[in-house]
Each structure stands twice: as structure tokens, then as C-alpha cells.
Design a protein around this ligand. Sequence first.
Ligand code: SF4
Length: 335
Amino acid sequence: MQKTLSKQLLEWYTKNGRDLPWRVKGGPHPDPYVILVSEIMLQQTTVKTVIPYFQRFMERFPTVQTLADAPLNEIYLYWQGLGYYSRARSLHATAQIIVRQMGGIFPQTRSEVLRLKGIGNYTAASFLALAFNKPETVVDGNVIRVICRMYRLTDPAADILPLIRQKAEALTDKNNAADYASAIMDLGALICTPQNPRCLLCPWHQSCLSTGLPDLEQIPKRAKTEKKIKRGKVFLIYNRLGQIYIRKRTEKGLLSGLYEFPWSETDMPFDTQNAADTETEVSHTFTHFRLTLRIYTLKSDDVNIGGIFVPVKNIADYPFSTLMKKIWQKAATLS
Ligand code: SF4
């Protein structure tokens, strides 16, 4: 039965699987570096968003050696807008470990892969399956949805992850792990979608326990969590030469290593009495909260909070987060 299911899925994949810039069909990818970069980029980010970033990144850093040799600041520039910047730092560190400690040879065992930076169990499994056809089972959001519906697992997915994993493992075609991993992820992305699943086109249509049932879209069940709302002020500070003040965030925590305009949820450590309120706000949603910043402008040469004044025309040379870019774009419409 399991064998038939995986065979049906692989046949469907051969004809209908997505063509993606980091994918080959019919076995593992010949270049593990391609899989490493794409898997790190795909952490918490959709395929559609990742594609243009991946293409630009691979043009500039086509090999693990070029990535290892590049300055981190330049990597941030190619990552800006993609979010979760600690991934860029981890990818850079991983490239350096592979080149400098492993002689440029990519690891092929789970314990070695887990010793690289920014790689947890999920990424290790997909890397080993997609790059080396290792018999690993990949369990991401798409796979969880497919498995829960297929076996009508109606408890909240977070409560039954070991059972989901066990079912997913039993289905995995261990001899074709690379194609199987891509196939089940594509099934979730293209057919067994969160809304309007297309059961009639599904290769598992005959065996699935949820086909055609009215509560299909409610599976898997998830616990609702409200995002926290945070508010603060951001200051665009210009000196008498018309330069603007930016500072680099620390190498740890939210948006680490990127540049920003000074902002805070509380008071700023400089005199803001003469700051002008633009009455304009910019919001951005992070994983666990939504942050809204109100924009103020200030003329001052006397700010000393670890940043620098730079010519406005050079702003693009510095990597900024999406939130800071939104603020800069908004500010341009105010002047
Ligand atoms: S038959 Fe429908 S619910 Fe079942 S796995 Fe296929 S698309 Fe999902």
C-alpha cells in the first residue's frame, strides 16, 4: 500500500512537479551548494519570494568558495528584503566551515550537517535528501497538511507531530528520497493547498480519508495566536551638511548586522525636543509581533549613539531591513 502511494506520487511529480531554479528531477542535485543556499533561503520564506533572491545570489556567489571569501556586509546587501538576516550570517559561517575546515567537501551525515550553522533537523533532512538522496523524511508545513488530511488526523498538528512524522516516514520512498521530498512538498503546494484543495487531480485521491469531506480546509487544526502590537518612534536625523544618521545593529537579535535609522519604543538617548512630527507611520509584521513606527525628522550634528552620518546618495550602499526601506521610501514622499 505505502509502496503504491509513493509510486503514484512520484509518477505525478514527474509530470507535474514544479521547475525551480535549485531543482533537478530524477535524483539528487549534482551541486550540494545549490541545495544549501536554497534550503537556507526557504526557511520561513515562500518559494515565490525566494526565486529572484536565489538567482541574484547565485550569480554573485556561484560557489561555496566565493561565498566563504565574500565580506558579510556584501552578503547582507544581496539578502536585504528577504528577512531573517541571521540566516545570511549562518550561511556565510557555514560556507567558511565547509571551505576552511572540511576542505570544500560537503558533509553527508546528519551529525556533521547539524554541526554547521543555522541548520536544524528539518533543513538537515531536506539537504541530505535533495543533495545526496539520503533516506531522510522531510516534514514541513506542506507535508504536515497532506499527511493530516490523508489520514484524517484532526487534533491540532502541534500536538501530534510524532504521529505525523511516523506516517510521513512510512510513506517515504527511501530509494528515491530526493524526488520523493520534492514531490510531497509540491503536492502540498499545488494540489493539497490550504484553501480549495484540488482533490480530483490528486494522485492520492482514491486512498485519502478526507477527500470530499466538508471540513477538509480545517485540517490540520492549528492553535490561534494573536500577534503582539508594538509602537515606537523613528528619527531621520540630518546634519548641517545634509547627511543622514544611520547606525548598525548589533550582530545578535532582531535584524542583527543591518543598518537602521535610530528608533525606539521608549525614549531616545539624545535630545529630541526639536524633532518634527511628520504625522506619518510605517508598519511591518515580524514573526511574533507587528511594529508601527512614527516618523520624526530632526536637524542635529550632536548625535552620538554609535552610528555615522552618511551622504543621502550613498544610502543604497548599506544593507537595510524591509522596515527601514519602507521608512526611507515613505520619507521620500514627504519632502
Ligand atoms: S485527496 Fe485532497 S485532501 Fe487528500 S491528500 Fe489529495 S488533495 Fe489532499
